[in-house]
Design a protein around this ligand. Structure first.
Ligand code: BYC
Ligand code: FE
Ligand code: FE
Length: 475
């Protein structure tokens, strides 16, 4: 079904065919807009932003581009096309037809997952809400806003499911999604990373590289769900997600490129000399990567989880690319080997049921995906004749969730004494001085085609436009 843009809420779910649901969502819509005006990039409400808007859900030509004032963005409800005769792809009921309604016995589990997913979307907009003031270029400013409006749309995606399938409870949850706020002392967002401030663009690039990538893996897992409307929603969200990770990967690559240029000019990698020239030294970048990677690892939950086991058994949440990447979709007797801390400073081996280890299976796939960007950045560094290499810390490092929570390890994953850990943390994580230095670089650049001194220009503009295009007309 094509997208109907004549409606108050653009959609391809035949919203006008269900007046009750339509009225409920139209009632929520002004609450969303109030939230956007208060918590979103509100100081840019009158700027014209060169945004893409979904106009279809096909792989070809699903988006159109044009200047839009953000509060007028057409947030809507878009499901990927249904797959005819789709069957349950994993768990105890594999092979049975998928569900168009939520089975009563799984209602609270689905609600919890959809609320958790939905909570992250507005959270990220809140985290990023002041970044516009320190944009390194109009190109980057536009990308920030593109990410923001799409995270807003991802909230709509989850709110649609809550309203359409969870009755009164669902409507209450939809209101709560606007009532919790990132970093709020009384009503914080649900997951840890989404309460971390994103005060500078280096953090923004790390967040879109690492945390939006958690989004990719969670959405891929939910796209396998037996609850077909959830699967279809997530499939379309993944199309949008690709751009968010592009912003992160190219953002960090441009930081690296600029730093290497200045290292070459100066003929040194000496940190103070580089900071004198206003670029991000590579050890500083490494500490930012350590911070956001370790925080994002927690988003996969505990290594051993009965929630994960029952989600898998019941066909609620699968593994990313479940259908194409795995042979055994039931995993009833399969096991998984886990190395865990023994509580006495050593390690022990544990054999657990594979179903209980699904969070760890996801986390491993995520880590492999994260490695790809590091390889590319290191290639740049190597080509410049520099010996430094960026690397991902061990998955044991600085964890707050799961078996490694609060276990003091170094970035190689060796368990060390608590005292040494505390003493050496400034080598591994951004220090207050690092953060202050990065903040000092955050000077706003808004002349078309111009770029802040700490960041190289991108290889190309947006949608075949030049780099000097005025991607945001500040109003
Ligand atoms: N912080 O059995 P456990 C995105 C909680 S990102 C705080 O270990 P489970 C995006 C957990 O909720 C993708 N709490 O884990 C990116 C549970 O609490 P309750 C977001 C945490 O349940 C950028 C308890 O610990 N999508 O889209 O198997 C920008 C025990 O849990 C954390 C999803 O997350 C944490 N890090 O799995 C914008 C998908 N981790 O319920 C957007 C939906 C765990 O006992 N969510 N806890 O009170 C899920 O699939 C699961 O809820 C989780 C946790 C994977 C998050
Ligand atoms: Fe999202
Ligand atoms: Fe995203």
């Amino acid at each position: 079904m094509s997208i109907d843009y004549s409606e108050k809420i653009p959609n391809n779910v035949d919203l006008s065919g269900n007046k009750t649901l339509q009225r409920a969502l139209e009632h929520w819509q002004p609450h969303f807009l109030d939230w956007w005006r208060e918590m979103g990039p509100n100081d840019f409400a009158s700027s014209d932003v060169y945004l893409r808007t979904a106009v279809g859900v096909d792989a070809q030509g699903w988006a159109s581009y044009g200047a839009v004032k953000m509060p007028d963005y057409r947030w809507g409800i878009f499901l990927a096309d249904a797959i005819p005769d789709r069957r349950i792809g994993f768990g105890d009921s594999v092979g049975e037809p998928v569900w168009q309604q939520v089975p009563g016995e799984f209602r609270s589990q689905f609600r919890r997952l959809i609320v958790t997913q939905g909570d992250t979307e507005p959270a990220s907009v809140e985290q990023q809400h002041l970044l516009g003031h320190t944009c390194p270029s109009l190109y980057d400013l536009r990308n920030l806003f593109q990410v923001n409006v799409e995270e807003g749309r991802h909230l709509w995606a989850m709110v649609y499911l809550l309203h359409a399938h969870f009755g009164r409870d669902g409507r209450e949850e939809a209101e709560e999604l606007l009532a919790r706020h990132s970093g709020d002392a009384d009503k914080p967002r649900i997951l840890g990373t989404f309460n971390e401030p994103i005060s500078d663009w280096l953090s923004f690039f790390c967040f879109t590289y690492f945390t939006d990538r958690d989004g990719k893996f969670q959405l891929k897992s939910l796209a396998e769900s037996s609850f077909d409307p959830l699967a279809r929603t997530c499939r379309f969200m993944l199309t949008e997600e690709a751009h968010h990770m592009f912003v992160g990967e190219t953002g960090i690559s441009r930081v690296v490129k600029r730093t290497l240029e200045v290292m070459k000019q100066l003929g040194t990698d000496e940190v103070q000399a580089l900071r004198g020239q206003g670029v991000v030294d590579l050890p500083l970048l490494q500490r930012y990567l350590n911070f956001w990677f370790s925080s994002s690892l927690d988003l996969f939950g505990s290594e051993v989880s009965s929630n994960a086991a029952s989600s898998f058994a019941n066909g609620i949440k699968g593994r990313p690319d479940e259908t194409t990447q795995y042979q055994d979709h039931v995993c009833a007797d399969a096991t998984y080997e886990l190395t865990t801390p023994d509580g006495k400073g050593g390690l022990k081996q544990e054999t657990v049921n594979l179903r209980n280890a699904m969070n760890e299976v996801l986390r491993e796939a995520y880590v492999r995906d994260c490695e790809i960007g590091l390889k590319r950045w290191n290639m740049q560094i190597q080509k410049a004749g520099c010996d430094f290499r960026l690397k991902l810390p061990a998955t044991r490092f600085r964890r707050s969730i799961g078996v490694w929570a609060d276990v003091p390890t170094d970035p190689e994953g060796r368990i060390i004494a608590r005292e040494e850990h505390a003493r050496r943390l400034p080598e591994w994580l951004p220090t207050p001085a690092d953060r202050a230095y990065v903040m000092s670089l955050m000077q706003r650049v808004t002349a078309p085609g111009k770029m802040a001194g700490w960041l190289a220009p991108p290889d190309r503009g947006i949608n075949n436009l030049g780099l000097d295009y005025e991607y945001v007309r500040l109003g």
